[in-house]
Design a binder for this molecule. Sequence first.
Ligand code: CTP
Length: 397
Amino acid sequence: MQGKRILLGITGGIAAYKIAYLIRILKKKGAEVKCIMTPASSDFISPLVVATLSQNPVAIEFWDKKTGVWTNHVELALWADVFLIAPATANSIAKMANGLCDNLLLATYLSLKTKTIICPAMDLDMYQHPSFKRNIQTLIHDGVLVVPATSGELASGLEGEGRMEEPEMIAQFTENYFLSDLTKSNQTVLITAGPTYEAIDPVRFIGNHSSGKMGFALAESCLNRGMYVVLITGPVQLQMAHPNLTLIHVNSADEMLKAVSENWSECHFGIFAAAVADYRPKEIAIQKIKKKEENLTLELVKNPDILKWASENRNSAQKVIGFALETNNAEENALLKLTNKKLDMIVLNTLENDGAGFQSDTNKITILDKENGKFEFNLKSKKAVAQDIIETIMNIK
Ligand code: CTP
């Protein structure tokens, strides 16, 4: 980030106390930092701390009542290579989404020519409120990048989603923004997610417990980076809407393969996170199967391997990333899949780890790549795991 000009906006939430550390990290990475604070944020962190660490005067008001000096928000906006707002409160996000500019930070946002990255921070009920979700969608639609809040202990004493992402991760996201802006902007990612349902008769199917959470988190992480996403999902309870998202719902493996084959040639990356049923009933009964005999035998036939199909039908620039869920000899089996399916990377998760797997909100992964690289990660939320995966993918040669 050497020489990058980061305009750091601080709004009035308790997470503002962490911004001193964020400024230090950004400065250590070589960035120039100028800060704008909303008046409310100075109750949470002293402008003196912010000015000292950023080595620049802090802008708070349109004009200084004592000196009469006016702060030019247009100049600040033009100076910035990126406008990073951390923490971004529900109030400021609502104002940004609606074009309000009753403070210097908001007026600067409206004058900006470059990208804005926001790091929401609020209590869990506010984070789930439909109005907040609506405002975030509006901002994403307007091209704002979002570092999603994480789950954990909140200042209110409650526990849940709404905690501002940690300063290290925010700095990493910002650094990646500059990298991806140079190398991966306007790229399209195809992601498969969820289970597939293989019909037995009109009312029954063979399926699995995949929730789709990992695939959707990957899609969100890509969209937050300004990428285009084609998300092809089996039946899940999740919803997602974004102007850069094409969401395709399918039921069976055959339908998923059809959707992949219709979209794959337009994509730069394929991330195959779906838990595709390996087999399907050979015949689908036209009528509901009645219980008659003591035993019922279903003949199953193999489903197409969608990941393998994509790997075999790609051009040299397209990168293919698979997932492996293993219960024994995890690394060995994952490496076999990496080689057999000719992948660039495989994300391994083992059911041996508590808190990892299908329905959980957390995951623990190891990424193996075709250059014999091995990247191990701690148990994290699926959102944070998605970020790790996308960051690793960004560095594929
Ligand atoms: N996959 C796919 N199409 C299939 C089966 C799997 O695209 N019909 C993809 C999954 O999305 C995942 C990877 O392949 O990325 C998993 O590999 P796979 O060999 O199918 O794993 P398992 O089903 O666990 O295989 P095995 O039973 O051989 O361990």
